[in-house]
Design a protein around this ligand. Structure first.
Ligand SMILES: Cc1ncc(COP(=O)(O)O)c(C=O)c1O
Length: 770
């Protein structure tokens, strides 16, 4: 058998010390002044004795001759550090020998004694309360979680710790798993050998290359049940052995705890128990995706370490076989289980990402599970998205797609400020608005401050969707006006609730028009005032009094329009004069998209009674808001107590605040103005060369481009082909307008010049090809 590298095994190879209890009692008295009977505790490579002096007592450890004193100092320094970092962690502290008082010098804690084969270091540790885990009895669910949490705390307490010897190399450190190869031949059963060989191969392929990226620090190294003392509820009340401390990947600490806790479970309970322990760990320290992906390999490597070292050592120390092989049966149970279910499945069971599903299969499942009413997938070849970053989406094949379609990720996909705000708040607290918490008030006040001076918009209700905000506006408007009539543009979309679907003509079936709803044509916006007067007249003729008019300031569903402010003002004034209230629907065009103002209505010089926000507000986190005046809200409150369970929860509020912060910090409104203008110029250049493109219009980064036939009439089919062509070339654009012939361009506001160039060039290439 080939021997492993000496540096990794010197402690394992050296003969363990063989002092008798009587000798140890004498040593303890001489060195530490503790007078009591010594009782030997099991240990693999050194000796440990409980000294019972009738009082607190202590645990004496006599080191192996191969022990490096600096490693003992590393242990001591770590324990002292943990005491400073988290004084409540029940770590057994070393005691100073007689005559020494310098508590800060780790070397003080290791006097020596001479044995027949040489000089041994001796340490005395405080005796901790609790008992060893009962053999064969499993931790209950709460104890499992608590165990994982204690381990995470141990890791946190060691974060700021460093010691040069923490870089030592030894075989129990999973980092050295491949150093086990020479030991594998000691495993008697060829089938077992094959399992270990296979797992080490897998480790070499998957873990070794990733190791430099695994989060590493000084870790305990063996927070196993053997190194913990438990109370009568199986909570850890003593952490007693730091002999495996080392600088290594944090996830290996979790792997060694798992290996210890799982090996006594019933097979069918292994993965469930593992997940609970991991939950406990993650209640303090979230695992990174790479850690979750590799955790099963680290766990398997740990088990391989146990069985390989035991097979190798038992050859040299057959008399200590019972101790050396104590962990083998459970370890083999786990290794056999992993072998049977396959390591990829083990990874999934422990929380790693599930494998991707083929796009066609996913589309089929979508059809079956979501039913027929759910909106169709966009593009002839649907996009199967995996992740996003800034203005980019990445599909299942890892292909990058420029997102010129999505106004929800206003500050860019997965912006770190928003993501972290959501994650942090989720970890801390998420509840509802019947309690007091700061984020909701901070958000509400930010939104009020963001309304134009003198608007009187001083009251905020945070809800969950644009539809809900518009629905609430409707209820308040009805309460205030006593009317039930609505006015919207003739292809508007304002949401999905029963009431709001009625004011969303884009969604009406052919020939449908609710009794109380009137529309104004949006294709010729100079007529908005006149159309409003006519609409009010028609409502009056039907005996319907005005309640609310809704206007999306970007006219997004109407094909993106840019009316003159006076024309919009004429619409609003005409409606108000008839007794109605006005809702500025900023769900599409708000949050700086138009480049000139934070809210699109400001560009028209009008002052709504209600402002509704949604889509971009949480950059994808569901959060929306209604902003109105206190007098309107007070009237509503006479008959209504409004509560929406998730509305304004702390996480939603944090997301919305983060979005506002990023828009400010990254000057995204200004960016929308500059890049939007440049993009329109480029698109006009393309349109000049391709008659299929007509008018190019918009404000900021909300742009519409008409697609027309040779007679200049709207050509929805051609627009569909263009949008599909762009998608094939990696640029995502939508369509809008009554004829679906308007290219809808509304990218995240982090859109830069280079993206505008790519967008326009790709459009030109698609058109050149068609
Ligand atoms: C202008 C406008 N208002 C309201 C809504 C409804 O918002 P939500 O889908 O969040 O309910 C939309 C959604 O597209 C919208 O475009």
């Amino acid at each position: 058998m080939t021997e492993p590298a000496a540096s990794a095994t010197s402690v394992l190879e050296a003969t363990p010390p063989r002092f008798t209890p009587a000798e140890v009692s004498a040593i303890a008295l001489e060195l530490f002044g503790i007078d009591g009977e010594a009782r030997e505790l099991g240990s693999e490579r050194d000796q440990a004795f409980m000294i019972d002096d009738g009082d607190a007592g202590g645990v004496v450890k006599i080191s192996n001759l191969g022990e490096d004193p600096e490693v003992l100092d590393l242990e001591t320094a770590a324990i002292l550090h943990i005491g400073r970092a988290d004084a409540d962690l029940p770590v057994a502290r070393p005691q100073l020998p007689l005559g020494l008082t310098d508590e800060s010098d780790p070397a003080s804690y290791r006097p020596t004694t001479d044995g027949p084969e040489g000089r041994h270091f001796v340490r005395l540790f405080e005796r901790m309360p609790g008992r060893a885990a009962a053999p064969g009895s499993d931790l209950d669910d709460r104890a499992l979680r608590a165990y994982g949490e204690t381990l995470a705390r141990l890791g946190i307490a060691l974060r700021g710790f460093f010691h040069p010897r923490a870089g030592r190399s030894f075989l129990w450190d999973t980092k050295n798993a491949l150093g086990l190869r020479p030991l594998v031949s000691s495993i008697p059963d060829p089938r077992h050998r094959a399992i270990v060989d296979g797992l080490l191969d897998r480790y070499e392929q998957r873990v070794t290359p990733a190791w430099p990226r695994l989060r590493s620090q000084v870790i305990h190294g063996d927070f196993a049940l053997d190194n913990a003392l438990l109370d009568d509820r199986d909570r850890v009340v003593g952490i007693i052995d730091f002999g495996d401390i080392v600088h290594s990947a944090l996830a290996t600490d979790l792997a060694s705890s798992l290996s210890s806790v799982l090996r006594t479970r019933d097979e069918e309970d292994v993965f469930r128990a593992a997940r609970l322990l991991i939950d406990g760990f993650q209640s303090r320290v979230g695992l990174e995706p790479l850690e979750l992906e590799l955790l099963p390999d680290l766990l398997a490597a740990r088990l391989c370490t146990i069985v390989s070292i035991s097979a190798w050592r038992v050859i040299s120390y057959p008399e200590n076989a019972e101790y050396i092989q104590a962990w083998d049966p459970g370890s083999w149970m786990l290794l056999n289980l992993f072998d049977r279910v396959g390591m990829d499945m083990v990874a999934q069971e422990l929380g790693a990402e599930r494998p991707r599903v083929a796009s066609a299969e996913l589309a089929k499942r979508r059809r079956q599970a979501l039913g027929s009413a759910i909106t169709a997938l966009t593009y002839s070849e649907p996009v199967h998205v995996q992740r996003g970053e800034g203005p980019w989406l990445f599909d299942a094949d890892g292909r990058r797609l420029l997102d010129v379609y999505n106004n929800v990720p206003v500050v860019g996909h997965c912006h770190p400020r928003v993501t972290e705000a959501v994650v942090r708040q989720t970890r801390t607290l998420n509840t509802h608005a019947r309690y007091l918490y700061e984020p909701l008030m901070d958000l509400a006040e930010r939104l009020i401050a963001a309304m134009p001076d003198g608007s009187g918009l001083d009251t905020v209700v945070v809800v969950n969707s644009g539809s809900e905000a518009n629905d609430l506006a409707w209820r308040i408007a009805k309460a205030r006006t006593g009317g039930s009539g609505a006015l919207v543009t003739d292809f508007a979309y304002h949401g999905v609730t029963t009431v709001i679907a009625e004011v969303s003509p884009e969604e009406w079936p052919a020939g449908y028009r609710p009794h109380g709803v009137e529309t104004v044509a949006a294709d010729d916006t100079t007529r908005l005032g006149a159309e409003t007067a006519a609409a009010v007249g028609r409502l009056r003729d039907r005996g319907v009094a005005p309640a609310a008019a809704y206007l999306d300031g970007g006219f997004t569903s109407d094909g993106v329009r840019t009316p003159a402010p006076a024309d919009v003002a004429a619409m609003v004034d005409g409606w108000r004069d008839a007794g109605g209230l006005f809702v500025g629907d900023e769900v599409q065009a708000g949050h700086g998209r138009t480049g000139d103002h934070m809210w699109s209505f400001q560009g028209f010089g009008i002052s709504p009674d209600f402002v509704t926000l949604g889509k971009p507000m949480g950059n994808g986190y569901p959060v929306a808001a209604l902003i109105t005046r206190a007098d309107l809200m007070d009237r509503f409150a006479e008959t209504t107590d409004f509560f929406s369970t998730f509305g304004g929860n702390p996480v939603a509020a944090r997301a919305a605040i983060a979005v506002l912060d990023v828009i400010r910090d990254e000057r995204l409104m200004e960016n929308a103005a500059v890049v939007g203008e440049a993009l329109r110029d480029r698109l006009r250049d393309v349109a000049a060369r391709h008659p299929v493109l007509g008018d190019v219009r918009g404000r900021g980064l909300l742009i519409g481009v008409d697609v027309v036939d040779t007679d200049g009439a709207p050509d929805g089919a051609a627009a569909g082909r263009i949008v599909d062509g762009l998608r094939q070339r990696g640029v995502l654009v939508g369509r809008t307008g009554p004829h679906s012939n308007v290219l809808k361009i509304r990218p995240p506001l982090v859109f830069a010049d280079e993206h505008a160039v790519l967008m326009a060039d790709t459009l030109a290439a698609v058109l050149a090809e068609s």
